[in-house]
Design a protein around this ligand. Structure first.
Ligand code: URA
Length: 239
């Protein structure tokens, strides 16, 4: 349980500077239980607080954990150069809250991308020590052969890597489609592994992280959702 002044609460949720949040509150733009709540210095219990602003109900969240079904032609980098940044697909307050992607997907990769403003979560999810599996479906230029699957499972040597990298699991899904599961997240890893194994990745989709699947989230391309405790539990290895 923790109490904070209403202006600080609004600011912590990414709605702008303290001054701007005070103005929103004083102007009667923010409602609680259906009524304008205009006292910005009131100390409110944050646990379970729901307020209404800009036509939406917002639940107070100390941190946000988000999944988006990333479309192609969006960049995950903080300073996108050739395509819009992924944060442009999310409400503006997430940028104010310093929400960041957990790792990166290439601009042309689609599928599950996690984002958060919780540094410890981002760090833990990105750590190779945690062995969190990432499941990809790759469309291949050449047909998928038993030999390709065996090579990826045995490991391929990539430039700048000290040792060969192997898929944790790998299976043919269709003539030109392969499911590949990795525990690491090296730069362009799936594409480079496929190239090193003599094929070419022409499209890539991430369909799961840990035990959390894109199918279960049921998000259209470009759609996002908050992740709740039971979904976050699925991101822990061996679940
Ligand atoms: N591997 C790649 O090559 N690209 C991605 O976006 C993710 C994994």
């Amino acid at each position: 349980m923790s109490k904070q002044t209403f202006d600080r609460i609004l600011q912590s949720q990414g709605f702008g500077s303290r001054k701007y949040c005070r103005d929103l509150i004083s102007d009667g733009e923010v409602r609680i239980n259906g009524e304008p709540f205009t006292d910005y210095s009131a100390r409110l219990e944050t646990d379970g607080l729901v307020f209404h602003l800009f036509d939406e109900d917002w639940i107070y969240r100390e941190h946000v954990y988000i999944a988006i079904n990333k479309p192609s032609d969006f960049e995950c980098s903080r300073r996108p150069s050739h395509h819009p940044g992924i944060l442009t697909l999310l409400p503006e307050q997430f940028t104010w809250r310093d929400v960041q992607p957990v790792g990166r997907l290439d601009h042309d990769t689609t599928g599950m991308l996690l984002l958060s403003d919780d540094g410890a979560f981002i760090h833990a999810q990105s750590s190779p020590k945690r062995h969190i599996k990432k499941v990809y479906v790759a469309t291949t230029h050449e047909a998928v052969t038993d030999e390709l699957v065996a090579t990826l499972l045995a490991g391929v040597q990539l430039n700048d890597e000290p040792a060969p990298l192997a898929a944790q699991t790998c299976r043919k899904l269709a003539e030109h489609e392969l499911e590949i599961v990795l525990e690491q997240g090296k730069y362009h890893q799936v594409k480079r592994m496929l190239a090193a194994a003599g094929n070419h990745c022409s499209a890539l989709r991430r369909v799961a992280v840990g035990g959390l699947t894109l199918e279960a989230l049921d998000l259209e391309l470009g759609e996002w959702c908050f992740l709740e405790a039971e979904q976050l539990d699925l991101l822990v290895p061996d679940k």
